[in-house]
Design a protein around this ligand. Sequence first.
Ligand code: DOR
Ligand code: ZN
Length: 428
Amino acid sequence: MITWIRGGDLIDPVNKSVQQIDLIIENGKISKMLPPGVFQGEGPGIRRVEASGKMVIPGLVDMHVHLREPGHEYKETIASGARAAAAGGYTAVACMPNTVPPNDCRAVTEFILEQAERAGLVRVYPIAAISKGQAGETLTDFGELKAAGAVGLSDDGFPVVSSELMRRALEYAAFYGLRVISHCEDRSLSGDGAMHEGVVSTRIGLAGIPDASEDIMVYREIALARLTGRPVHIAHVSAAASVDVIRRAKEDGILVTAETAPHYFTLDHERVIGYDTLAKVNPPLRTPEDVEAIKAGLREGVIDVIATDHAPHSSLEKELEFDRAAFGMIGLQTALPLTLQLVRDGVIDLADAIGKLSWAGAKILGIPGGRLMEGGSADLAVIDPDYKYPFEADRILSKSKNSPFIGQVLQGIAELTMVGGKVVWEKK
Ligand code: DOR
Ligand code: ZN
C-alpha cells in the first residue's frame, strides 16, 4: 500500500522553506519527495490524499504535556491524551512526571511506555522526575530512568527549591544526555496566589502571584547553567522580566533554552475578571505588556519552543471558588490554530511557527521528529489553514474539557495526522 499526499505546501522548519511537494509513503516511511506532476499512479494499492491548498507539516512535537496516568485517569489517560494530541496535529508528546505516583523510577517510566504502545496513536516520551517523589530532597536515579526510556528530567508542577540539588541535577543530567526542564517558581513569593499580582488581582480581590516569583528562579537556573557549563530549559515562560533575563543569558552564551504556551501569547489577566476558573493556570496569565514581550521573545528567538502545558482537570477541580480551583488548562487541540494566529498577525513567519511547535522541542529533548525527509518516518499532518470553526466542547477528545477557548472561533485545523505511516486522526 502506497499513500500519495498530493499538491500540498510542504513546510520545512529547518530550511525555513514552504514548497509544493508530493509525498510518497511506503512501509511507514517517506520513500519519495517529488515536485508536483512527477508521480502518477492509480489503483487499489494507492491511497491518494488531496492536499492542494493545504499545508503538509512535520508532525508537531509537544515537549510539555500532563497525561495524568497513572493515578488520575478520570482526568486523562495516556490513550485519551494521545487522541487529543493526534487531533491537534501532534505526532509526539513528552509527558511530565507529576502523576500519582510520580514518574521517579523505572517501573513508572516503563508503564507509561507500555500504555502508549497499547494506545498505538502518537509517540509518547516520558519525562522523569528530578527528585524522588518530586519532593526536592534526593535526586532520582538518572541512569536507570534514561535506560528505561526517559528523555528528560523535570519536577514540573513544583520548583526545585534547593539550588544545590538543582546544581547536581544539571551536572548528572548532562552526563546522561538528559535535559533538565525547570518549573520556575519561588513559592515564598507565589504563596497562596491564584492569579497574576497586579491591578486586576487588587480590583477583584484575589491573592496575587508576582512576576518576580518566576524571573527570580529563571535567573537562578541561568546562574547554575553558567556555574556548571550545563544546559537548562525553562518551562512555560509567562513574564516579560523572564524574557529579558533569558535574552541576556543567550547573548552571554549561556546554554539556556525556553518555551512558552499559547495561552501566554493569547490571553492576559483580564480574562480572569468574572472568576472563570478555566483561566486559572500556573504561571498565571499576566499583563498585556507581558503578552507583547512573549511575542517579541518568540520573534527574536529568545523563546525557542511553543509547548502546550496541556493540563487536564475535571469539573471536580474546576467548578469551585476561584482560589480553591486547580491550576491548568488543556491545550493540545488549540495550540496550532492559536499559533497560526501569530503568523496571520505577522509576529512570526509560518516556517518559524511550525518549527517552534515541532523541531525545536524535539532537538532539545534529542528525540526524532520535526522534519520530513526521504527515508524518514512518515510522522506528519495535513493542515487546513483556512478552516474556521467555533471551538465547542464536543470537539474535545481529551477526557477533561477545561479550555478557556471553548466558544471562540478558531482558524486552522489538522485534517489528517499520520504516525509511522499510520493514520491516527482524520477530520470528518
Ligand atoms: O497550570 C499548571 N498545571 N501548571 C503546572 O505547573 C502544573 C499543571 C498541572 O499539572 O495541572
Ligand atoms: Zn506543566
